[in-house]
Design a protein around this ligand. Structure first.
Ligand code: PEP
Ligand code: MG
Length: 605
C-alpha cells in the first residue's frame, strides 16, 4: 500500500525542494504522464497544508477577507429570512454565528498564521476553527459545549467559500498539467478536459471510484489512494505518474524522467498494436463469440467504443448528465442526449441505465442533512422511487428516444422484488402517458436490472422471472459482499473480485439466468481486466461491458483460448478458499495463454 520514500541526499524538511520523493498509490488508469502539478484543494473537511511564497501573502489575506465577508453576508441574509419566517427568537441563534465571524480575536490568529507561517488560507482557517471548537468542547456547561457544532458550521461556511474556488480554478487551467487533488468530486471528474490534463493523482479513492472510472474512460493515466500527496507537492512542481505500477515521482531527477519516457514509448507501442486488432472477431479458438460492449458516461464515447472494436454500449451511466450540469436536466435535454447516442451507434445496441444518483454522486452535496451511510442509503433506484417526477421525466426521455434505435433499459441497485415491480409499474404508467399523447416509442423495449447487491444475486432465480436481462455490476457487488467501501484507499487491499464469495455469487446469477433463458452480461471493472477473462467465460458469461480502451486487451485473451480451457479454469477456481489463491492461479493461467496481457492486469482488482 501507499507509503513515502525519499531519494537524494537531503533530509525531507530542510531540502525538500530539491529532493525526489516516490509515493506508491493504487494504479487505476494506465499510461505514464510527466509534467507540472496543478494542485487542487477540493474536498470539504480535508485541508492540506501548502506553503505559500512571501509575495503571495497579501493575495492570500485578500482571499480570506473575501471568504469571511461572503459568509457574513450569507448569514445576515439567513438571519433576516429566519426572522420573517420564524420570528426574532429563532433568528437570534444566528447572531452568535455572525458575532464570531466579526470577532477580531478569531481573525487575528488566522491572519498571523498566513503572514508568519506562510500557509494557505484554508489551512489557517481550519486550524483556528478546530482550536476554537476544542475550546468549546472542553467547557463544563452543556450549552457552551454544544456551541462547538456552531463553530464547525462556521468553519464549513468559510472553507466552502475558499475551497469552492477550486471548481473555478479547474476551468482556468491553461497549459497541460497533472491534476493533483485530495479527491475529485464527481462533477469535477466529469468536467475534466482531456486536452489539458496529462495525468491525475489523488490522495483518496479506489479502483472503482468515480475519478478512476472517468480517468479510464478518458484514457488519462491515473493513480489514486496516494494518501499524503497533496501535502508533499506544491503547485507547479514536476511530477511523474505511472498508471501501470501506481508509482508517483514528486520532483523526479533527470535519470528517472528518462526511464519513464522510455516506458511511455513502450506502452504506446503496445497500445497501437492492440488497437490494430479492432476489426478481429472476439471469438475463442473453438468459435464461441463473446460480445464486447463499451461502458460510457457521455455520448461522445460511442466513437471510442466503435474505434476499439466494441459491439455497442452495454452500460450508459446517464447520471453523468447531472454531474456535468450540476442540475436536473430537462426531458428534452435528456431525450436529445439519448437520441444522439443511438444515432452515433448507427444500429448497434445500447443499454441505458436509469440515474444512479446518490452515495457519492450529487445528492449529498444538495442535501440539507447528509446521510450517515450514503452507500447504504437513498441511492440509485431508491432515490428515483422517492423522487418520482424526476424519475418519470427520465423514463419519458428514454422511451421517446427508444423510437430511434436499438435500446434496452436497465435499473441499478435493485435489492428487493417489490422495488423492481414498483419500478416496472411506473414505467408502464409512463408508456400509457405517451400512448395517450400519441408519442412513439419502442413497444418491445427490453427491461433489465443490474445485479449489484448480494440480495439480488442470491435471489437471481426470482428476479429472472421479472426481467429479460441481468447485468452484473461487480463494482458494487464486491463492496456490498465484502463490506469494503469501493472508494476508500485505506481498505483498497481488501477490495477484490477474486474473493470466492463474489465468484460464487456471479456463478449463482449465471446459473439462474441460464435456467430461465434470461440474458446475462457483466459490466463491473473486472470485465476490463484480462486476468478475469477466462474465469468469466468459464462461468458462462458471453457478454462483457467494459471501458472501451480495454476492449482490445480482453479480446486478445478471448482469441487465445477455447471454452474447454475456460471451464477448466472456472472449475479449479471454485476449489479455492482464498482470494490470494485465486489471483495467483488466474495470473499463472493468463501468463500461459497471453503473457503480454499481464501488464494490462497488473493492478488486479
Ligand atoms: C457496478 O457497480 O459494477 C457498475 C457497473 O456500476 P457503477 O460503477 O456505475 O456503480
Ligand atoms: Mg454500481
Amino acid at each position: 500500500m501507499a507509503g513515502l520514500r525519499t531519494e537524494g541526499n537531503k533530509p525531507l524538511d530542510s531540502g525538500r525542494m530539491n529532493t525526489m520523493e516516490s509515493i506508491q498509490g493504487i494504479p487505476v488508469s494506465s499510461g505514464i504522464a510527466i509534467g507540472r502539478a496543478f494542485v487542487l484543494d477540493a474536498v470539504e473537511r480535508y485541508v492540506p497544508e501548502r506553503k505559500i511564497p512571501l509575495e503571495a501573502v497579501e493575495a492570500e489575506l485578500k482571499r480570506l477577507a473575501t471568504a469571511i465577508n461572503g459568509a457574513l453576508d450569507e448569514l445576515v441574509r439567513l438571519r433576516d429570512h429566519t426572522e420573517q419566517e420564524l420570528g426574532a427568537d429563532a433568528a437570534r441563534i444566528l447572531d452568535f454565528h455572525i458575532g464570531v465571524l466579526k470577532d477580531e480575536t478569531l481573525l487575528a490568529p488566522i491572519q498571523d498564521r498566513i503572514r508568519n507561517g506562510l500557509v494557505n488560507a484554508e489551512r489557517a482557517v481550519a486550524e483556528r476553527f478546530e482550536q476554537l471548537a476544542q475550546q468549546f468542547r472542553a467547557m463544563s456547561s452543556t450549552v457552551l459545549r454544544q456551541k462547538a457544532n456552531d463553530i464547525i458550521d462556521l468553519d464549513r461556511r468559510v472553507l466552502g467559500r475558499l475551497m469552492g474556488e477550486s471548481d473555478d480554478r479547474l476551468s482556468e487551467i491553461d497549459g497541460a498539467v497533472i491534476l493533483v487533488a485530495h479527491e475529485l468530486t464527481p462533477s469535477q471528474a466529469a468536467s475534466i478536459d482531456r486536452s489539458k490534463i496529462l495525468g491525475i493523482a489523488t490522495d483518496a479513492g479506489g479502483r472503482t471510484s468515480h475519478t478512476s472510472i472517468v480517468a479510464r474512460a478518458l484514457e488519462i493515466p491515473c493513480v489514486v489512494g496516494c494518501h499524503a500527496l497533496t501535502s508533499t507537492i506544491q503547485d507547479g512542481e514536476q511530477i511523474a505518474v505511472d498508471g501501470e505500477s501506481g508509482t508517483i515521482l514528486v520532483r523526479p531527477v533527470e535519470s528517472s524522467i528518462e526511464a519513464y519516457r522510455g516506458l511511455q514509448i513502450k506502452q504506446s507501442e503496445r497500445r497501437a498494436e492492440l488497437r490494430s486488432t479492432a476489426n478481429l472477431e472476439p471469438a475463442t479458438t473453438d468459435g464461441t463469440r463473446v460480445s464486447l460492449m463499451g461502458n460510457i458516461e457521455f455520448p461522445e464515447e460511442v466513437e471510442t467504443t466503435i474505434g476499439y472494436g466494441g459491439d455497442g454500449v452495454g452500460l450508459y451511466r446517464t447520471e453523468f448528465l447531472w454531474l456535468t450540469s450540476g442540475r436536473t436536466p430537462t426531458e428534452d435535454e435528456q431525450f436529445e442526449e439519448y437520441r444522439k447516442t443511438l444515432e452515433l451507434l448507427d444500429g448497434r445496441p445500447l443499454t441505458i441505465r436509469t440515474f444512479d444518483l446518490g452515495a457519492d454522486k450529487y445528492t449529498q452535496e444538495q442535501s440539507e442533512e447528509p446521510e450517515r451511510n450514503p452507500f447504504l442509503g437513498c441511492r440509485s433506484i431508491r432515490y428515483c422511487l422517492q423522487n418520482l417526477p424526476m424519475f418519470k421525466t427520465q423514463l419519458r426521455a428514454i422511451l421517446r428516444a427508444s423510437a430511434f434505435g436499438r435500446m434496452k433499459i436497465m435499473f441499478p441497485l435493485v435489492s428487493t422484488v417489490m422495488e423492481l415491480r414498483q419500478t416496472k409499474m411506473i414505467l408502464k404508467d409512463v408508456c400509457e402517458e405517451l400512448d395517450e399523447e400519441g408519442i412513439p416509442y419502442d413497444r418491445n423495449l427490453e427491461t433489465g436490472m443490474m445485479i449489484e447487491v448480494p440480495s439480488a444475486a442470491l435471489m437471481a432465480k426470482t428476479f429472472a422471472s421479472e426481467v429479460s436481462f441481468f447485468s452484473i455490476g461487480t463494482n458494487d457487488l464486491i463492496q456490498y459482499t465484502l463490506a469494503v467501501d469501493r472508494g476508500n484507499e485505506r481498505v483498497a487491499s481488501l477490495y477484490t473480485g477474486a474473493h470466492p464469495a463474489v465468484i460464487q455469487l456471479i456463478k449463482n446469477v449465471v446459473r439462474a439466468a441460464r435456467r430461465r433463458s434470461v440474458d446475462v452480461s457483466l459490466c463491473g471493472e473486472i470485465a476490463a481486466e484480462p486476468m478475469y477473462t477466462m474465469l468469466l467465460i468459464g462461468l458462462g458469461i458471453r457478454t462483457l461491458s467494459l471501458v472501451p480502451s480495454q476492449i482490445p486487451a480482453v479480446k486478445q485473451v478471448i482469441r487465445s483460448v477455447d471454452i474447454e480451457r475456460c471451464e477448466r479454469v472456472a472449475r479449479k477456481v471454485g476449489t479455492f478458499d482464498s482470494e490470494r489463491q485465486v489471483i495467483n492461479y488466474l495470473r499463472t493461467e493468463l501468463r500461459k495463454v497471453s503473457p503480454e496481457s499481464l501488464i494490462d492486469s497488473a493492478s488486479g482488482t
